[in-house]
Write a protein that binds this ligand. Structure first.
Ligand code: FAQ
Length: 330
């Protein structure tokens, strides 16, 4: 199984024979679908990769509140507003579970936050795109949460226990998010011609950035081989992208909307759709901080951090006071 994995995912991954006994026992446990827990021995690279991936994932949930938060005050009905508010709060919760999961690996939330605010740590490229109409709330739920679920359902089986367990609840909530987005799209696509036009426009703008969420092509993915051997990633970037297209194309048909890709075509032989690759130059440019909203997103997070300083200080002072009172009573 492991030898097969090495073969199918490329160079640079050590075989069992090249490992020392401790590392080999660790790898064999992963190969047998065992879970690794915080106090277990783990290679430094495994720990570092998890801190990077879980930390970036947590940051994505936190920054991901901004494009939708933009529409809470402008939702078209009270019901839509309540649903959107609940969704955005869920994303904050996801960020918190994930920061906790990362903290079990020995990094602090403060350190991860500092690395986000300085631009050292990444968050998902998708959140650097603007949400300019109400239909974008539909497209974000349908496509962005849809892509997130495609990636995260397999992560419920990831080898690191705290990450896998956090994913269980997150996936349940993401399913609701995807449904509410599709519901907005249905309402708009089956609504007035102007509403349908807005829905199509949102699909046009969010399609390729959603495909980019799965990361670069397998040939360009630097971490996949090792992460898959460690079961930190359960599928390759291209595998998940293909699954997402296969699931989403019939949904677009149902909505009566057109995916903006002339090459999108069912391929009987492979049992999936052929489709165009996103513009990878654009993707790497967004990763460098040049997305349409990259500067704004980091400014917003930095402002929130600065404005929240008094709350953090008040909570620490309160905790100190309680600790002192407890000591005095002993
Ligand atoms: N954006 O070697 P790979 C959500 C980076 S949650 C930015 O393939 P890997 C919920 C990558 O970090 C969305 N950077 O990397 C929600 C690496 O750079 P580094 C987040 C990206 O880690 C919905 C370099 O490119 N989900 O949306 C991206 O093996 C609505 C090379 O790439 C997760 O984080 C990208 N799209 O695979 C919230 C899921 N793709 O670090 C609010 C967990 C790649 O060496 C509203 N993460 N890079 O400097 C994963 O599954 C993986 O980390 C991948 C990337 C698949 C994202």
């Amino acid at each position: 199984m492991y030898a097969q994995m090495v073969k199918s995912t490329g160079e640079g991954v050590r075989s069992l024979d090249e490992m020392d006994p401790q590392e080999r026992a660790f790898q064999e446990r992963i190969d047998a679908n065992g879970k690794i827990e915080p106090k277990d021995w783990m290679p430094d690279g495994y720990r570092k990769t998890l801190i990077r991936q879980i930390g970036q994932h947590a940051h994505s949930e936190i920054v991901g509140q901004l494009p939708e938060g933009n529409w809470i005050t402008r939702a078209p009905t009270l019901e839509r507003k309540a649903i959107l508010l609940a969704k955005v709060q869920d994303e904050a919760g996801h960020g918190l579970y994930l920061y906790c999961a990362a903290e079990t690996l020995g990094v602090t939330r403060d350190q991860m936050t500092r690395d986000l605010l300085s631009g050292k740590m990444k968050y998902s490229s998708i959140f650097n795109y603007p949400t300019i109409t109400w239909a974008d709330m539909g497209a974000v739920g349908w496509l962005v949460d849809g892509a997130a679920i495609m990636n995260q359902v397999p992560l419920q089986r990831t080898s690191y226990g705290p990450y896998a367990r956090a994913m269980v609840r997150i996936c349940k909530e993401e399913s609701f998010h995807q449904r509410q987005g599709f519901d907005i799209m249905m309402k708009m696509a089956k609504g007035t011609p102007e509403q349908k036009r807005m829905a199509q426009d949102a699909l046009n703008r969010f399609w390729y950035p959603s495909l980019m969420m799965f990361g670069p092509s397998d040939a360009e993915s630097v971490h996949s081989a090792q992460s898959m051997a460690w079961k930190i990633k359960m599928n390759s970037n291209d595998e998940l992208r293909q699954k997402f297209v296969d699931l989403t194309a019939p949904q677009a048909d149902y909505l009566g909307l057109t995916i903006p890709d002339e090459n999108l075509k069912w391929n009987e032989e492979k049992g999936g759709y052929d489709f165009s690759e996103p513009d990878w130059d654009e993707f790497f440019d967004v990763l460098k901080g040049n997305g349409p909203c990259s500067v704004e997103r980091l400014e917003d997070r930095n402002r929130a951090w600065d404005e929240g300083r008094w709350v953090r200080e008040a909570m620490l002072a309160h905790a100190d006071k309680k600790r002192a009172a407890k000591l005095a009573a002993e």
